[in-house]
Design a binder for this molecule. Structure first.
Ligand code: C2E
Ligand code: MG
Ligand code: MG
Ligand code: MG
Length: 291
């Protein structure tokens, strides 16, 4: 009896594994060539100043409009793309499209800096700086309006070659941000020595600030530490007005989060930023954040 039940459990488990492997393969097959079929899109999420809530920059976030499953977030395919050697093609599409959007914002007289996310595989692949230089030139974009974002966990293990690539990107005029900074991986000496401009504080350090004095103290200490190294700071994951108010009091250059605005398609972002400018951003100070 027990043996029989065990066998059944095993069969169900094996079936599930087979199903999962199958759907992974199907996903990979669809992901291959998705760039060529024009299925990718970049959403933009603004970063604003804590005081006037002035729009300072935006982060480009990849979306895949899969004909079968609808919109898929990066969490659902970036890792697969890395494992299956598809990240190069996807990364090139993201690079070209970010440059095109940067150029579009310039043309709309909203020359905002755009952040683009780079995975470790991309950074470690030789020739990234050349590809960036060509993409920027082709689009006629201003390289000073582009910023690459690389996760702290990856950056701390970056090879000398990858660090050199970051230096080259900065020589081209781009800036470099450490993404998802939570101190879990950081060697502070290393952080000080890296060729970076900005640190984006992970939302795990923001989550509890509205109801915990110690969480506030930690965020404050981390912000002061980073400023002390001479870097700009941005705080991610601001989900409500209470958190925004606290971060404004602690002080940092920029805030980003669903409580300010969700990532949105480029045209919606342009309309949002335009409306915000005509409203007079300074009037928003101290008022509830718009939804
Ligand atoms: P990330 O670079 O840290 O981007 C921020 C993520 O947090 C985005 O998720 C964004 O939608 C989400 N977010 C923003 N504000 C809030 C908030 O207030 N609360 C919460 N809970 N989440 C918030 P998304 O778009 O799903 O992207 C996830 C990750 O995928 C990104 O994290 C980035 O590491 C990666 N990614 C996105 N686009 C690209 C890309 O073009 N290339 C590569 N290689 N990776 C990308
Ligand atoms: Mg990012
Ligand atoms: Mg981030
Ligand atoms: Mg993050």
């Amino acid at each position: 009896e027990a043996k029989e039940a065990g066998r059944n459990t095993f069969r169900v488990y094996a079936d599930e594994m087979r199903e999962e492997a199958k759907s992974r393969l199907e996903l990979e097959a669809r992901l291959r060539g998705a760039a060529g079929r024009d299925e990718f899109e970049l959403f933009l999420q603004p970063l604003v100043s804590p005081y006037g809530r002035e729009v300072l920059s935006a982060e480009a976030l990849l979306r895949w409009n899969d004909p079968k499953r609808g919109m898929i977030l990066p969490g659902g395919f970036i890792e697969l793309a890395e494992d299956r050697g598809l990240i190069g093609e996807i990364g090139n599409w993201v690079l070209g499209e970010t440059c095109r959007l940067a150029r579009l914002l310039q043309a709309e007289r909203q020359p905002l800096r755009l952040g683009l996310n780079i995975s470790m595989r991309q950074l470690e692949t030789p020739g990234l700086a050349d590809r960036v230089e060509r993409a920027v030139a082709r689009a006629g974009a201003d390289p000073n309006l582009l910023e690459v974002e690389i996760a702290e966990s990856l950056l701390m293990r970056a090879s000398a070659g990858a660090v050199r690539t970051l230096e080259q990107l900065r020589e081209l005029g781009l800036s470099v941000a450490v993404d998802d900074f939570g101190m879990a991986y950081s060697n502070l000496q290393r952080l000080r020595d890296l060729p970076i401009d900005r640190v984006k504080i992970d939302r795990s350090l923001v989550k509890d600030i509205a109801n915990s004095d110690s969480a506030c103290a930690i965020l404050q200490a981390v912000l002061r530490l980073i400023e002390g190294m001479g870097y700009d700071c941005a705080v991610e994951g601001i989900e409500n007005d209470e958190q925004a108010q606290i971060v404004s009091v602690i002080g940092c250059e920029a805030m980003q989060g669903f409580g300010i605005a969700r990532p949105m398609p480029a045209d919606a972002f342009l309309a949002w930023a335009r409306e915000r400018r005509s409203d007079g951003a300074a009037e928003c100070e101290g008022q509830p954040l718009p939804r």
